[in-house]
Design a protein around this ligand. Structure first.
Ligand SMILES: NC(=O)c1ccc[n+]([C@@H]2O[C@H](COP(=O)([O-])OP(=O)(O)OC[C@H]3O[C@@H](n4cnc5c(N)ncnc54)[C@H](OP(=O)(O)O)[C@@H]3O)[C@@H](O)[C@H]2O)c1
Length: 480
């Protein structure tokens, strides 16, 4: 990038997991590819006491050299860390933010500078920090340079009302166009490819509708227990933590109409339109589960409620499967079955598009042949990104024997390029001011409208989740 205004990247909550494992490594990867807009500096801010030197040591532990030529890694790391500074203080302390301001002005050489504020902190301190940043005079108004942008991670509230209240309070410091709500699934390669796959290939769009598609499944599985990290999860549960955001965002991209243009506003509007056509979920359309103790490959795992960070009487679901209806001309009558669970038998995220059977299929007559399975398109988001389409074929040899085989695109084999981490793509887009992969406020509202009545019913009725064994495929009656 050509030299321009100074860019200051401020990571609030710099001592945390997200900052150390995702944000700093992604910034380093961008630096190694010369994608950070020079001149730039990174500032970490948190309550933990670090000097610049100990902060750099903490960051360095998670940096990797995927993009550095052999032999240059140490040099690149040294250069990168040399531009990282640290300020410690409380999240509501005016003095600490003034200290940050002075350090930033120093490296910005007292010139107007672009500034990104990444709030890698729990939502309970979002507003304190936003106000402290505003009060310290760190935020520039307007869309032109120098720009100020704020980056937020989920959870964005616990229902429609709390989400709106948070958005309203934040808007007093950062307007919507300055606000980048991250859903890191939107930064994943396969998810970014959905738009291209659907709208740049002739074969899909004509059949991407109720006439040819029987059912869509979006499945998110994790094979881990909470292992002492239940404090946050127990307050939110799987519906809020995974389904209302990651899986609904995927659903919107699978189901939306073609956007008028490829800009952020058109894409967000197409997604909002689709999400507003999704009927709010009812309890009868949802299966909830909570994992019990189980054994995987000889290792025992405790029940969810036996995790020391979880309430003993917790009814928080660790599994949910929901049958969503999209009431529009394209999807009327096609179930979108969305499933998410922790403590299951695998770690993966997949989109499965199941097509309708061939009408009056000649191979299904008279019990002569095994009736072919309908075609299925599978888009595997993680692990091992892949897209495959199952088709029925004649097995080579004498006679006519039918078998399903996949047309198979494995990303690692098909593309020689490195697959970037989602945070690398997202951070670069923020620096460039491209909001296409971020969640607009009305999208967030539409997503909450699908779940809020259900969440209130579950809370009011104190619905008990069904038990399932850790390491299994979920509760017995979970096939929606
Ligand atoms: N980790 C992930 O991969 C991930 C994924 C999606 C979303 N998120 C979201 O991103 C944010 C940060 O995630 P994280 O995993 O890095 O969180 P974290 O490690 O729990 O917290 C980040 C930092 O915030 C400070 N902090 C923690 N609890 C606090 C409290 N109760 N009051 C004030 N400060 C507190 C701590 O820094 P000091 O004590 O030094 O101030 C901590 O190092 C959260 O909102 C999380 O929900 C994280």
């Amino acid at each position: 990038m050509a030299a321009g205004k100074h860019t200051s990247i401020v990571v609030i909550g710099a001592s945390g997991d997200l900052a150390r494992k995702k944000i700093f490594p992604a910034l380093f990867a961008l630096y190694c590819q010369r994608l950070l807009p020079d001149p730039w500096h990174v500032f970490g801010f948190a309550r933990t006491e670090f000097t610049d030197a100990t902060f750099r040591e903490a960051i360095a532990q998670h940096l990797t050299c995927r993009y550095s030529p052999d032999g240059e890694c140490d040099l690149r790391m040294g250069e990168f860390l040399g531009r990282c500074r640290y300020v410690s203080g409380a999240y509501d302390a005016r003095d600490a933010f003034l200290d940050l301001y002075l350090k930033m002005r120093d490296v910005e050489q007292h010139q107007p500078a672009n500034r990104m504020f990444y709030l890698a902190i729990p939502p309970s301190v979002f507003l304190d920090v936003a106000h402290a940043i505003g009060d310290a005079g760190l935020v520039a108004c307007g869309q032109r340079e120098p720009w100020s942008r704020v980056v937020l991670e989920k959870p964005f509230g616990k229902d429609r009302a709390t989400s709106d209240a948070l958005a309203h309070a934040l808007a007093q410091v950062f307007v919507e166009d300055q606000t980048y709500r991250i859903d890191h699934y939107l930064g994943k390669e396969v998810i970014q490819n959905l738009l291209v796959l659907r709208f740049a290939n002739l074969v899909f769009e004509p059949i991407w509708n109720r006439q040819y598609i029987e059912r869509v499944e979006i499945v998110w599985k994790e094979d881990l227990s909470l292992a002492g990290r239940g404090g946050y999860f127990d307050q939110y549960g799987i519906l809020r933590d995974v389904m209302q955001n990651h899986l609904i965002q995927i659903l919107a991209l699978v189901a939306m109409e073609p956007p008028a243009r490829l800009d952020a506003a058109s894409i967000a509007s197409a997604k909002v339109e689709t999400l507003r056509s999704v009927a709010p979920l009812e309890l009868a359309e949802v299966v909830l589960g909570q994992y019990q103790a189980g054994e995987v490959r000889g290792q025992s795992f405790p029940a969810y409620v036996d995790d020391p960070t979880v309430r003993k009487d917790s009814r928080t679901p660790t599994f949910a499967s929901a049958r969503l209806k999209i009431n529009n001309a394209r999807w009327e009558g096609v179930p979108f079955v969305v499933t998410a669970g922790k403590g299951l038998d695998a770690r993966m995220t997949e989109i499965r598009i199941r097509f309708r059977p061939v009408a009056a299929n000649m191979f299904c007559r008279d019990d002569v042949y095994t009736c072919p399975e309908p075609n299925q398109l599978v888009i595997r988001v993680q692990p091992d990104e892949a897209i495959y389409l199952s088709l029925t074929h004649k097995v080579p040899g004498m006679g006519l024997r039918l078998q399903a085989r996949n047309l198979d695109l494995q990303y690692k084999a098909a593309f020689s390029e490195l697959i970037p981490d989602a945070y690398e793509s997202l951070l670069l887009d923020i620096l460039r001011g491209d909001r296409s992969l971020f969640i607009r406020h009305d999208e967030l509202q539409a997503a909450w409208d699908i779940f809020t009545p259900l969440l209130h019913t579950i809370d009011q009725q104190q619905t008990s989740p069904q038990p399932y064994a850790f390491g299994s495929s979920g509760p017995g009656s979970s096939s929606a």
